[in-house]
Design a protein around this ligand. Structure first.
Ligand SMILES: C[S@@+](CC[C@H](N)C(=O)[O-])C[C@H]1O[C@@H](n2cnc3c(N)ncnc32)[C@H](O)[C@@H]1O
Length: 281
């Protein structure tokens, strides 16, 4: 199959996280299974981009034992929160920076779920082609939306059929650290504007220490892929609270969300699950 791989550095990080999900899927005690990650790895087996990502995975594996467990725990935490939100009756989901996330094929979703996956045009094209090639059945009505999240992505989302009158589950995973603090701020303000009462927000951000010496090793690996961490924050509860969201926030290595997996200290992140009780401010 001819698949044009995303050339942008930050697009490669999506291949990396998909590979992390594949590693988890192979475990006998896997916290989830991601068939799309397997399809991606075999479709790109001969691609030089994948060789670069492989090299990074080897380095992180050899030097920080247990590194992939963070990605497994993060994925499962967000899966559970999404399914809980859908269980409460929400049927509209938006992933901002979806990358090669396989949730639209791998989760058991209630009938009538409509899922928008927003990413840069090149990545959206790659994902659409990969899904078509995979032959995997979608668990929902999926709409890929090509947009830059630093620009007017809301217009693209509305044009794709998003309904701001309905409550939404928002998912922001593996994105905010690549955006400036100001761009992250405007992203959260923008999604809040589109959120009907009862909406939920699941979000990941980097701990501030990751931009200091403590995070240097992982930062360098990210930079080798042509991407860069440019922001981090330790005040998620207050930050999201300022936008009207009531958030529960967990450290990535919090045993309460770890399913018995000891999570390595790198990369150190926060995971938040928030609800919008009274609508937008
Ligand atoms: C680390 S990946 C995360 C992908 C997915 N959420 C996951 O966890 O597997 C980062 C994603 O952010 C996307 N991205 C980065 N900057 C973006 C922007 N300005 N607008 C839209 N997407 C962006 C990249 O294309 C990439 O798919």
């Amino acid at each position: 199959m001819e698949l044009k791989t995303p050339s942008l550095g930050v697009g490669r990080t999506a291949l990396f996280t998909a590979w992390m999900r594949q590693l988890e899927s192979e475990r006998p005690d896997a916290l989830f299974g991601d068939p799309l990650a397997a399809v991606m790895l075999s479709a790109l087996a001969e691609d030089p981009v994948l060789a670069e990502v492989t090299e990074m995975i080897k380095q992180t594996h050899d030097s920080a034992a247990g590194f992939p467990t963070y990605f497994a725990v993060r994925t499962r935490f967000l899966d559970d929160e999404i399914l809980d939100a859908l269980g409460s009756g929400i049927r509209q989901v938006v992933t901002l920076a979806a990358g090669v996330d396989g949730r639209t094929v791998r989760l058991g979703l209630p009938p009538g779920t409509r899922w928008f996956e927003v990413d840069l045009p090149e990545m959206t094209q790659f994902k659409n082609a990969l899904l078509a090639h995979s032959g995997l059945a979608l668990a929902c009505e999926r709409r890929g939306v090509a947009a830059d999240l630093r620009e007017d992505w809301q217009a693209s989302l509305r044009a794709a059929g998003f309904d701001p009158q309905q409550p939404t589950v928002w998912l922001v995973e593996g994105l905010l650290m690549y955006l400036t603090r100001a761009a992250g701020e405007s992203l959260v303000a923008g999604l809040t504007e589109l959120s009907a009462p009862g909406s939920r927000l699941m979000l990941e951000h980097l701990k501030a220490a990751m931009l200091e010496e403590e995070g240097r090793f992982v930062r360098e690996r990210v930079e080798e892929q042509g991407a860069e961490w440019v922001s981090a924050r330790d005040d998620l509860e207050e930050w999201l609270g300022g936008h009207g969201w009531q958030a529960r926030v967990y450290a990535g290595d919090d045993p309460h969300i770890g399913h018995g997996r000891p999570v390595a200290p790198l990369p150190a992140c926060w995971l938040a699950a928030a609800a919008l009780p009274n609508g937008r401010l």
